[in-house]
Design a protein around this ligand. Structure first.
Ligand SMILES: Cc1ncc(C[n+]2csc(CCOP(=O)(O)OP(=O)(O)O)c2C)c(N)n1
Ligand SMILES: [Mg+2]
Length: 911
């Protein structure tokens, strides 16, 4: 041991008892610490004594606030007092003309209400909502007059997700903006009327010049808005857009926050510092049936969730009328009372007269009762909630747009059905209220000063101030200075030039000895597209943590994984060629395990051609089982959004994905996909089919401007890829073509349709049938039953409606009419997939498929179990021929034995 150095020793119990471990620095600072600790002890003593007074949390909050104000990095508490986040002293002056804005807002309120009332008067039960917009009118109007930026002058406008069922408010504003005419308001929810009406909700598909984002399926708009904001950053990081960054706003309901999609991706928004994103949650404390959190406080609960996730939270709870009360000497007691009351109480206060609130809210404490002595009952009833006070809302929005480093959520307290009075204000029935009687209409008119006479009110006419009125001038000037009207959807982008045919040629050739799966073939094509000098930068590969499963890890190095932070660590596989490379300008969106998030990225990229004026080509590749049945509603929203791009369901097929079992093996996505009208679905078997489909898809979507998108299933079975047969292209795209003829010499004929890797079972069946049963079977590749059916339905409909004219023949009919023998279809999907075309197959179609739950086992065993292997295909062909009288029953019975099929095994359909 060195001389002069003290030997270290363990801390002893006496040390702890001496309580001086916290001040090792020396006597002076030791004493100072002692004093601080003592004073904190006093505070603690005080708090413990006043445990029930509600002062403890307040004091703690004030302390934390002070510490933060003084620049210390203090963690935010997850919840704060039930008061506005921004104190009154920090409110900026209101920049607009409050009076004129109030009048405009009132007219918009009136028309929004009137359009629902009128529609339901004429068509009872047509529906619509009054109370939601009534609660968020101020939240919208402050935005329209001061914040929402339009996209005129070729700028990128703000991207705004409006609360879906508040759509009457948007239509009504468009009307007072002189953008749409009264006749369209008259036809709200009557889109099939002669005068085209207005869609119930924000549907870009149905009103493509107006709506940008579908938002009424609860929870989808919130999650889509996160990935939209993120996609803007992605484009910027990759140097693809240089304009001033638009903001993404999302208006959502408090009930809507219960959807897992609403809150499921909050942490991504915070992690990636999306300060271009602002959510406004309209906390009217009610959902459809009743209170959102009657026994609690939705605003407090949401605050904790958002803060916990790292968001900037701004609570707008109380209107300016409360400011003097909150400035009084009884401030703390008032806050305590505000915190005691639950949302169910607050709902009651909005329904009952002021006397009730005086007695039950303020009356609980004599000091508070006295505090409101100077107010009449009516004044108490009208004490505004923050979300109805333009000053408070403006303050919150201004703070939100100036906030840096994280997304902001504004939790605005409102009253559902505000202004509807007895017809529904704050009542549980308000969500469904579609009618107001004469008295209620008159009260509404009076409350909002609508210039209509008593006798006019009965008719509930729409009202808009004349074009040269101060109100119209004001609101038009406001919109002009903010860059134009919103919402507005416009396709500004130019068509893309698609790579020429020879770019794809390598995929049309025979692969020789080389075996590959359709997944590998697709990945090779994607890698090549990424390298294309013009198109490459527009390709957006999206993967939910499955790149290695699909053999896409080579792309990590080729184009990098997008991360706003770049790569702050050395990846463990750095010395390998294909290491996990994250980069600020990475091109891959590696989303982690979130199919919902990935789908939102797909939508953001797929709508970029319209919403950002810059076409991008997303390729979203996922486990086919976790596509349609997992995020089917987002796939539906993609169609409504007019998204373009390619969805790739990989590891497809109930039997091709061997081993994975019931929860993974997909035999149904093609049937679920068949329900989406603008989705083109394909089940390709070979590399050339994929190349033909992808090329044509790019041509149709990005060159011809068709607003469609694609779903392709990809499999992981390896085999040699054949060359494309002469002239097959048309059939590949239309859904069916002859791949290999039978020998033509045999006694009987048959036609077998195969899809995906199961086409190879059909080819094996072809051989067995020729060798053992003297049957010449032609084998067809059926790439899309959905498309065949769609085209056949068109022809059928035309024929039905034009009975005296020469009937039209569908593609599938003209293709099959000259073919002889029995028709059998086999695929790795449910029988109902090929059955889609059965009505047009001469003599009917016998379909084999994979109905039932999957099992973990080998491919041959699974294919036998579901009855989609070559042997079962042979059997089915024989049976189909027998039914036509061509083959005796004994031949079929013998074949069952010869082919080793167990006829008594239970059918797997319901097992
Ligand atoms: C996924 C989904 N489920 C159910 C509905 C039906 N629905 C429409 S509005 C609504 C209540 C919405 O409550 P909230 O989000 O609080 O909105 P508010 O009208 O109160 O502003 C429901 C259940 C829907 N549109 N979407
Ligand atoms: Mg609500």
């Amino acid at each position: 041991m060195e001389v002069g150095k003290k030997e270290p020793r363990d801390t002893t119990e006496q040390d702890y008892n001496r309580k001086d471990l916290s001040a090792p620095q020396g006597n002076n600072s030791h004493n100072a610490t002692r004093v601080w600790l003592d004073s904190l002890e006093h505070v603690l003593e005080f708090l413990l004594k006043n445990r029930d007074s509600g002062e403890a949390p307040l004091l703690m909050e004030q302390l934390i606030e002070r510490l933060r104000d003084s620049g210390l990095n203090i963690r935010q508490p997850v919840s704060t007092s039930y008061i506005n986040t921004i104190p009154v002293e920090k409110e900026p002056p209101y920049p607009g003309d409050r009076e004129i804005e109030r009048r405009i807002k009132s007219y918009i309120r009136w028309n929004a209400m009137a359009m629902v009332v009128k529609a339901n008067r004429i068509h009872h039960g047509i529906g619509g909502h009054i109370s939601t917009f009534a609660s968020c009118a101020t939240l919208y109007e402050v935005g329209f007059n001061h914040f929402f930026r339009g996209s005129d002058d070729n700028k990128l406008g703000d991207l705004i997700y409006f609360q879906g069922h508040a759509s009457p408010g948007n239509y009504s504003r468009a009307y007072v903006e002189w953008r749409i005419e009264a006749k369209r308001l008259h036809h709200f929810r009557q889109e099939l009327a002669e005068v085209p009406g207005l869609p119930s909700y924000p549907h870009p598909y149905l009103m493509p010049e107006f709506w940008q984002f579908p938002s009424v399926s609860m929870g989808l708009a919130p999650i889509m808005s996160i990935y939209q904001a993120r996609f803007l950053r992605y484009l910027k990081a990759r140097g693809l857009v240089q304009d001033e960054e638009p903001r993404v706003w999302c208006f959502a309901g408090d009930g809507e926050m219960d959807e897992p999609e609403s809150t499921g991706s909050l942490s991504l928004a915070a992690r990636e510092n999306l300060d271009n994103l602002i959510w406004v949650v309209n906390c009217n404390l009610q959902r459809l049936d009743g209170p959102v959190r009657g026994n609690g406080k939705i605003i407090q609960e949401l605050e904790a969730i958002f803060r916990g996730a790292g968001w900037n939270v701004i609570k707008v709870i109380w209107g300016s009328d409360w400011d003097p009360l909150l400035r009084s000497e009884h401030r703390d007691l008032l806050i305590k009372r505000m915190e005691e009351a639950v949302d169910g109480d607050y709902q009651k206060y909005s329904v009952e007269p002021g006397s009730y609130t005086r007695k039950h809210f303020f009356g609980k404490y004599p000091e508070l009762l006295e505090l409101v002595n100077h107010l009449t009952d009516d004044q108490i009833h009208k004490l505004l909630r923050g979300g109805h006070d333009p000053q408070k809302v403006y303050t919150a929005y201004k703070t939100a747009v100036e906030h840096k480093g994280s997304p902001t959520v504004i939790l605005a307290k409102t009253v559902k059905g505000y202004g509807m009075g007895e017809a529904g204000e704050g009542r549980n029935i308000t969500h469904q209220q579609k009618q107001l009687n004469e008295k209620e209409l008159r009260e509404f008119r009076t409350r909002f000063d609508i210039p209509l006479k008593d006798e006019e009110v009965v008719e509930t006419p729409f009202y808009r101030p004349p074009q040269d009125s101060p109100e119209t001038k004001y609101l038009l000037e406001r919109r002009k200075s903010l860059g134009g009207f919103v919402p507005k959807r416009r396709v500004k982008s130019q068509p893309l030039e698609i790579p020429p045919q020879d770019f794809f040629d390598e995929f049309l050739k025979d692969s020789g000895q080389l075996e590959a799966s359709t997944t590998m073939s697709f990945v090779r094509l994607l890698a090549k597209l990424l390298r294309h000098p013009a198109i490459g930068k527009r390709v957006v590969p999206i993967i939910p943590d499955e790149a290695r499963t699909f053999g896409m890890d080579a792309l990590f190095r080729q184009v990098g994984i997008y991360s706003p932070k770049g790569q702050l660590y050395e990846p463990v596989d750095r010395e390998t060629l294909l290491y996990y490379q994250e980069a600020k300008d990475g091109q891959i969106l590696e989303e982690g395990i979130t199919e919902a998030g990935s789908m939102c990225s797909f939508i953001a990229a797929g709508t970029s051609y319209a919403n950002l004026g810059f076409p991008m080509i997303p390729f979203y590749i996922f486990y086919s089982m976790f596509g349609f049945q997992r995020v089917g509603d987002l796939i539906w929203a993609a169609a409504d959004s007019k998204a373009k791009g390619f969805l790739l369901g990989a590891t497809a097929g109930r039997t091709t994905l061997a081993g994975e079992g019931l929860q993974h093996q997909d035999g149904q996505s093609h049937i679920l996909a068949s329900a989406v009208p603008t989705l083109l679905t394909y089940d390709p078997a070979f590399a050339y089919e994929i190349a033909v489909i992808v090329r044509d898809g790019m041509r149709r979507m990005y060159q011809n401007g068709e607003e469609i998108y694609y779903y392709l299933t990809l499999y992981n079975e390896n085999y040699a890829m054949p060359a494309m047969p002469e002239g097959a292209e048309e059939g590949v795209l239309k859904g069916l073509y002859k791949f290999r003829r039978g020998n033509g010499r045999s006694k009987h004929k048959a036609q077998i349709f195969g899809s995906g890797p199961i086409l190879r079972e059909a080819l094996r069946a072809q051989e067995i049938l020729a060798e053992k049963y003297d049957i010449s079977a032609d084998v067809w590749s059926a790439t899309s039953y959905k498309l065949l059916r769609g085209e056949a339905l068109q022809a059928k409909r035309w024929n039905m409606l034009h009975p005296t004219e020469t009937p039209k023949k569908s593609y599938v009919e003209s293709l099959l009419e000259k073919e002889a023998g029995a028709f059998v279809a086999v695929s790795d999907y449910m029988k109902i997939v090929p059955d889609q075309i059965a009505p047009w197959v001469p003599g009917g179609l016998l379909s084999l498929g994979t109905d039932g739950f999957g099992r973990s086992d080998t491919r041959p065993r699974l294919r036998r179990y579901f009855g989609v292997d070559a042997e079962m295909t042979v059997l089915a062909t024989l049976y189909a021929l027998h039914q036509k009288g061509a083959v005796p029953a004994q031949t079929v019975a013998r074949a069952i034995k010869d082919l080793g099929v167990d006829a008594e095994k239970a059918a797997p359909f319901f097992l």
